[in-house]
Design a protein. Structure first.
Length: 277
């Protein structure tokens, strides 16, 4: 059960095994702070999970995964245990919660689900909202077990330009992919990795509810781009966030796990010297 709806969560709010995590994250050019937005409004009893805080700040590329030790320490401070069923959501719908879901799966967490439509759908359904400072959290013990089998490196992507062992799908908006619109990180140029294809993540999302489109609609989008369960595919975006959104859509359609170029366009642009001066 990797995807749950708002009614399921509403009827499960008293389940003590659940931990609800607000994973809202905003692009750098939006000028919003996820923690501040969380304090303004959230699903009752949810805990704020900051994707940036759970990334390696010593790495020059955003959203690089932490070591097992650091991830475990930080997550324990949020009161999360290995046996909890985690429900991840965000303010837009499935924008950054899909990244959090992928992170938890990568660290070996067994029970984690995305709230389809997130806070956007929750509010549309007129379900209860909590505001103000959250309750004090009692720290717990957590043990992460990171596996990198679904993570693709810059070197892998570089070699693939000529070897073409996989299809690289970029989830960014088309303007950023074709170089006609700027990146939200002003220091890097927009553009695309050679031989990659573009499926904007917004094509997969119902813009009213914030939910994934129906499976049949998702399948048509992948079929249009000649991608099916037999395709060896890797997903990319700006910094590894919406790559997980489109990767999850691929999993919904094919029942196959997916791989992420975690550094995505930001790492590629920096290492290829595509810098604005």
């Amino acid at each position: 059960m990797s995807l749950v709806d708002t009614q399921w969560l509403y009827t499960s709010l008293n389940n003590k095994d659940l931990k609800i995590l607000d994973c809202s994250w905003y692009l750098p050019n939006l000028g919003k702070n996820g923690k501040e937005e969380y304090i303004k409004e959230r699903i009752p009893d949810s805990i704020y999970f900051d994707i940036d805080e759970f990334s390696d700040i010593d790495c020059p590329y955003p959203h690089t995964l932490l070591s097992n030790e650091k991830f475990s320490e930080k997550l324990g401070k949020l009161g999360v245990q290995n046996n909890n069923h985690l429900i991840v959501y965000d303010a837009f719908g499935i924008f950054s919660s899909s990244r959090a879901w992928w992170m938890f799966k990568s660290y070996g967490h067994k029970k984690v689900s995305i709230l389809d439509g997130g806070l956007k759908k929750w509010k549309l359904d007129k379900l209860p909202i909590e505001k103000g400072n959250p309750k004090i959290i009692s720290p717990t013990f957590y043990k992460a077990n990171l596996t990198r089998e679904n993570i693709v490196s810059y070197d892998d992507v570089k070699k693939n330009i000529t070897k073409q062992k996989f299809v690289l799908v970029d989830a960014r908006p088309s303007g950023r992919f074709d170089g006609t619109s700027p990146e939200p990180r002003k220091e890097i140029k927009s553009g695309s990795i050679p031989n990659s294809i573009n499926i904007p993540y917004t094509d997969l999302v119902d813009q009213v509810t914030g939910c994934y489109k129906k499976k049949e609609e998702l399948q048509k989008i992948f079929n249009k781009n000649k991608i099916d369960e037999k395709t060896n595919v890797v997903f990319s975006c700006g910094s590894g966030v919406t790559a997980c959104l489109i990767g999850k859509a691929y999993e919904i359609v094919t029942n196959k796990e997916f791989k992420i170029f975690d550094g995505s366009w930001t790492e590629w642009a920096i290492r290829e010297g595509l810098i604005n001066k």
